[in-house]
Design a protein around this ligand. Structure first.
Ligand code: CP
Length: 333
C-alpha cells in the first residue's frame, strides 16, 4: 500500500548567450549543460559510439582519435568518478589533460579569480572544458562566456547530464530496453542532481516512476511537473518495501550531508533507507540496482555479489560514455 500517490493523466553554432540549444545538428562544438538538450536520436548515437569505445578499450586499450586535443577538468567540488573517468576517457582517446581536480585551492581561484576569467584562461589552452561547481547554473554561466565547448560535470543541486547519459546506457545494456520499464528512485530526490537529470531524460521514453524519499527530500516540483507534462505515470511513497516487487530499476542515492544547512535534519533522515539482501529477496529476478556512487551505507555491501547489483558496471560505463561524448563534441563521431 503506498503512503501517498499522485495520479497523472496520460497524456549551432556556438554561441548564443543564456541558451541551452538542442543538439539537432549533432554534438560538434556544442555545450553539454542539461539533459533537456538531448533527443532519443542523440542518445542512440552516443550509446552506439560508447559500445564501440568499450570494444576499443577491451581490445587495445586506447586509440588516437583525439590525438592533439586537450581537455581541461575544472572541479570546484570533490569528485572521484566524474573527474577520473573524464581524464581516463581523454587519455584513452589519445588526448591530454589539464587537471584542476585536486582542489581549486591550488589554482588562481584561491586568489579570487572569477569563474569567467578562469574559463577564458583554460579555453586558451584547451579544446573542451568539463566543470563541476557547487552553484546551480554555473555551467551555463561558464558556457555563456566561453568560445570552446563546456560540459557540465555537476552544478550544485541542478543537473549532472553526463551521469544521466551513463545511467541510461547502463539501463539499456543491463535490461536491453528502456521503454516499458518501471523505475524506482530512492533517497535524496530533492538535492540529488543525478536524480533530476535521469528523471528528465527518462521522460523521452515510455516509463513509469516510483519515487521513495522522506518528506523533506521529495522530488522538486519542477522535475515532477516535467514528468506530468510528458503524461507518464508517477507515484510517491516513504517506504521502499512498497515498490521493491514492482521495479525494473532501483536507483538508489546517497543522502548528501553537504547539501543540508541544518545538520540535525540530515541526522534525522540519513539512515532511513538501506538496501539489503533481505529486501532484494522480494525484487524481480530480472531487475537492476543502480547508484551513481559514492555510497555511504544506503546499499549494504552484502548486495554487491547479487548479479542484479549493477552499480560497479554502471561506474565503468561512465568512461565509455564520456569517451563517446568527448569524441562527439570534438566532431570526430
Ligand atoms: N557519480 C558521481 O558524480 O561521482 P563523483 O562525485 O565521484 O564524481
Amino acid at each position: 500500500m503506498r503512503a501517498r500517490e499522485i495520479s497523472v493523466p496520460v497524456g549551432n553554432a556556438k554561441k548564443k548567450a543564456n541558451s541551452v540549444p538542442k543538439l539537432e545538428d549533432g554534438f560538434a562544438q556544442q555545450d553539454i549543460i542539461s539533459v533537456s538538450q538531448f533527443s532519443r536520436e542523440n542518445l542512440e548515437h552516443i550509446f552506439a559510439v560508447a559500445e564501440d569505445m568499450r570494444a576499443i578499450v577491451k581490445k587495445q586499450g586506447s586509440t588516437d582519435l583525439l590525438r592533439g586535443s586537450v581537455l581541461a577538468c575544472l572541479f570546484y567540488e570533490p569528485s572521484t568518478r566524474t573527474s577520473s573517468s573524464f581524464i581516463a576517457a581523454m587519455s584513452r582517446l589519445g588526448g591530454t589533460i589539464i587537471p584542476i581536480t585536486q582542489g581549486v585551492q591550488f589554482s588562481s581561484v584561491s586568489k579570487g579569480e572569477s569563474l569567467p576569467d578562469t574559463i577564458r584562461t583554460l579555453e586558451s589552452y584547451a579544446d573542451v572544458i568539463v566543470i563541476r561547481h557547487p552553484e546551480m547554473g554555473s555551467a551555463q554561466m561558464a558556457a555563456d562566456c566561453a568560445r570552446k565547448p563546456i560540459i557540465n560535470g555537476g552544478d550544485g543541486v541542478g543537473e549532472h547530464p553526463t551521469q544521466a547519459l551513463l545511467d541510461m546506457f547502463t539501463i539499456k545494456e543491463e535490461l536491453g530496453r528502456i521503454d516499458g520499464l518501471n523505475v524506482g528512485m530512492v533517497g535524496d530526490l530533492r538535492y540529488g542532481r543525478t536524480v533530476h537529470s535521469l528523471a528528465r531524460l527518462l521522460c523521452l521514453y515510455d516509463v513509469q516512476f516510483d519515487f521513495v524519499s522522506p518528506e523533506i527530500l521529495r522530488l522538486p516540483l519542477d522535475v515532477m511537473n516535467d514528468i506530468r507534462d510528458h503524461g507518464l505515470p508517477v507515484a510517491e511513497t516513504y517506504d521502499v518495501a512498497d515498490i521493491i516487487e514492482d521495479v525494473d530499476v532501483l536507483y538508489v542515492t546517497r543522502v548528501q550531508k553537504e547539501r543540508f544547512a541544518d545538520l540535525a535534519q540530515y541526522e534525522e533522515v540519513r539512515d532511513q533507507y538501506v538496501i539489503t539482501p533481505e529486501l532484494m529477496a522480494h525484487a524481480k529476478d530480472k531487475m537492476v540496482v543502480m547508484h551513481p556512487l559514492p555510497r555511504v551505507g544506503e546499499i549494504s555491501n552484502d548486495v554487491d555479489a547479487d548479479p542484479r547489483a549493477a552499480y560497479f558496471r554502471q561506474m565503468e560505463n561512465g568512461m565509455y560514455v564520456r569517451m563517446a561524448l568527448l569524441a562527439a563534441v570534438l566532431g570526430k563521431v
